[in-house]
Design a protein around this ligand. Structure first.
Ligand code: MSP
Length: 654
């Protein structure tokens, strides 16, 4: 059976994590879920890197012992991963005995075989900070870059790993395994670095207390990278009697890491593994950073620009956050987070494109097919959506195999966009009027519903609630979105005809940012003196058209509204009943436009509502407001809409 072992970096619990860390973890989660979905035996590891001076100091500053300090943050991190529905199989903490014992074993083995040796380490030492500094990092006058005090050139006994010995073998491995370092651009950087020559690596410290003791020397602790990197095998039980997981899952299929720690994973870690005589991971993938704001800065607590993932989830919902993380940044490159871009992405892709496709399709099946998915006649199908779907599945799988999750998301959205366009092209409301077009109508509606089912299946690795919601509205067992065998579930035509639609709430309510649109006209400040009247030529009133004062106009409250639902009013050929979203408010209006628009054409349209019109009943149906439309004497009619596709509803028109 195919197996898949994926890891995230283990995070420093020195502070709470931000959306950048969530980015790596959500990406790894999507990959793990995809492989599980494909039926591969999958192991997904994450965890925390708890030792070292940084944590020791942060704990001291908080008046806590290191373990008390990290316990609290680790609990917080685990809560974050549950809020994001991260499906990890194991969470390793480097302070756990299972890890500490195995790391000591690794150290002892390398020491015994002569790959670790004792020597002395020379560096600029700041006694109050207990830190060694490289000469290049010092402030002018040999001052500590942290506290500004004088540092001294000091020599300390340390253990070293003979990394230089493995440089040639590593270069050869990289050359023979073109997929080992991904993306390829990072590979060239790493190769250039190795070719400069590798120095032996200091793997212990006498000045740090919070760490794993060197087995043969109680004055030293094992330095962080040897400790941290080993987590990928200690978590699998390497070197113990219970090493079934290690035998099953090692070598890892992917270590997913941020680009800044590629060097540790593609140079130090492989050299350690070669020294241990263990196989190397199949792939190390270095993704880019999620930068912040218009200045595209790296997020950091000190810059005060971190985005708290809990707040985002609370505000916008889990699937919107996961979608954004997986879609926004082309995998491998850097991307920039701004709240505006987040809102736009959610509204355009999820609320508009995906939400409207579902809403329009289910509404038409209700109306034209008695609420049941119609039986298609494949021989007469135009194949527009079915053939695209076959390509989309191929593209999606190929993208996942290359770890290009954003490309896989794009493939899904291609099917969604084509579905919406297909509705406009096919105009099912027109087909429904012609009994000779019944087969075509059934084929069109079946294809739309089937595309949505497929979208639901393809989204299962990425999103947590949406696939179930899609399945539910299509009348399918929601759980089957995740449980149906992949090959069958991704084959066109799996949606049974006759399934009963269960129309529900919009998939993704639009996010309304502005409660009120900014006024276009500024009022003159009261204190400013009125300018001397220039000679103004006043246009004469047209006869028969009343002239009004601005105050009269201002009495009319015009607002932007989005049509969520539309249906005909029974026994009234001119009337449509519309459900509108006006900011956070819902409104029902009845409008005399049924001879110009089909209900399905209107869903998602942004219109202008006269919002403060007295409610009244039309043919017994309550209408609370009126929409604006232009008309000509010879009976043409066009709705007044907005030219910006993403303008929020609720905005005031003045
Ligand atoms: N503890 C080490 C890793 C040891 S792995 C054996 C470490 N930890 S960390 O807490 O600093 O987390 C680093 C990882 O978090 C990065 O490699 C990256 O995957 C992720 N990210 C942190 N900030 C990020 C962004 N702003 N954007 C994308 N990823 C980010 O380094």
């Amino acid at each position: 059976m195919t197996k898949f072992y994926i890891s995230t970096p283990i995070y420093y619990p020195s502070d709470r994590l931000h959306i950048g860390h969530s980015y790596t973890t959500v990406a790894a989660d999507a990959l793990a879920r995809y492989h599980r979905r494909r039926g591969h035996e999958t192991w997904f590891l994450t965890g925390t890197d708890e030792h070292g001076q940084k944590i020791e100091r942060a704990a001291a500053a908080a008046g806590k012992s290191p373990i008390e300090f990290v316990d609290e943050i680790v609990a917080w991190i685990k809560d974050l991963w549950s809020a994001l529905h991260i499906s990890y199989d194991d969470f390793i903490r480097t302070s756990e005995p299972r890890h500490e014992k195995a790391v000591q074993q690794i150290f002892a083995k390398l020491f015994e075989q002569g790959d670790i040796y004792k020597s002395s380490y020379q560096g600029w030492y700041c006694t109050p900070c207990e830190t060694f500094w490289l000469e290049g990092k010092l402030k002018e006058g040999n001052l500590c870059p942290d506290c500004g005090r004088t540092v001294e050139l000091t020599t300390e006994d340390s253990y070293f790993f003979r990394m230089s010995k493995y440089a040639e073998r590593l270069l050869q491995h990289i050359e023979e395994n073109p997929d080992f370092i991904q993306p390829a651009s990072r590979k060239n950087e790493m190769v250039a670095f190795i070719k400069q020559g590798l120095e032996d690596l200091c793997v212990s410290r006498a000045t740090v207390k919070w760490g794993i003791p060197v087995p043969m020397d109680e004055n030293q602790v094992i330095y962080v990278w040897l400790d941290a990197l080993s987590n990928y095998i200690t978590a699998l039980g390497w070197g113990t009697e219970k090493d079934e997981l290690y035998r099953k899952f090692w070598p890892a299929d992917v270590h997913l890491v941020g680009k800044e720690i590629m060097r540790f994973h593609t140079i130090i870690w492989p050299c350690i593994l070669m020294a241990l005589g263990e196989p190397l991971p199949k792939k190390v993938f270095g993704h880019g950073w999620l930068l912040f704001g218009s200045g595209s800065e790296k997020m950091s607590k000190s810059k005060g620009n971190v985005v708290d993932p809990f707040v985002l989830i609370e505000k916008y919902g889990l699937d919107a956050v996961r979608y954004y993380l997986l879609r926004e940044v082309p995998f491998g490159s850097d991307g920039t987070y701004t709240e505006d871009a987040f809102v736009l992405r959610t509204n355009v892709d999820l609320a508009n494109d995906m939400g409207n496709l579902l809403s329009r399709t289910t509404q038409m099946i209700n109306k034209f097919c008695g609420g049941k998915v119609p039986t298609p006649v494949p021989a007469e199908d135009d194949g527009v959506l079915s053939s695209l779907a076959v390509d989309v599945v191929k593209e999606y799988e190929a993208a996942f195999d290359r770890l290009e999750i954003s490309t896989a998301v794009l493939a899904i959205m291609k099917l969604v966009a084509r579905g919406n366009k297909y509705i406009d092209e096919q105009a099912p409301w027109a087909l429904a009027k012609d009994p000779a077009k019944a087969t075509q109508l059934n084929n069109v509606l079946y294809s739309l519903a089937e595309s949505l089912r497929l979208v639901g299946v393809l989204l299962t690795p990425m999103l947590v609630h949406t696939p179930e919601k899609l399945f539910d509205q299509l009348g399918l067992d929601p759980a089957s979105a995740r449980t149906a065998v992949w090959e069958a579930a991704t084959t066109w035509g799996a949606l049974p005809a006759g399934t009963e639609i269960r129309r529900g709430n919009p998939l993704f309510p639009r996010i309304e940012v502005e409660k009120e649109a900014a006024p276009i006209v500024e009022t003159t400040p009261a204190a400013a003196p009125a300018p001397a009247p220039a000679e103004v030529k006043v246009t004469e009133p047209v006869e028969g058209v009343a002239v009004i004062e601005y105050d009269d106009f201002a009495k009319v409250e015009l607002k932007v509204a989005t049509v969520i639902e539309a249906e005909r009013v029974p026994k009234a050929d001119k009337l449509l009943k519309l459900q509108l979203e006006v900011g956070e408010e819902r409104r029902q209006i009845v409008s005399g436009i049924a001879q110009h628009y089909e209900p399905e054409q209107l869903i998602g349209k942004r219109i202008i509502l006269v919002a403060n019109l007295k409610p009244k009943a039309l043919r017994g149906v309550e209408s609370h407001g009126m929409l604006l439309a232009a008309s000509t004497a010879d009976g043409k009619l066009s709705l007044v809409t907005l030219d910006k596709p993403d303008f929020p509803s609720g905005g005031r028109v003045k």
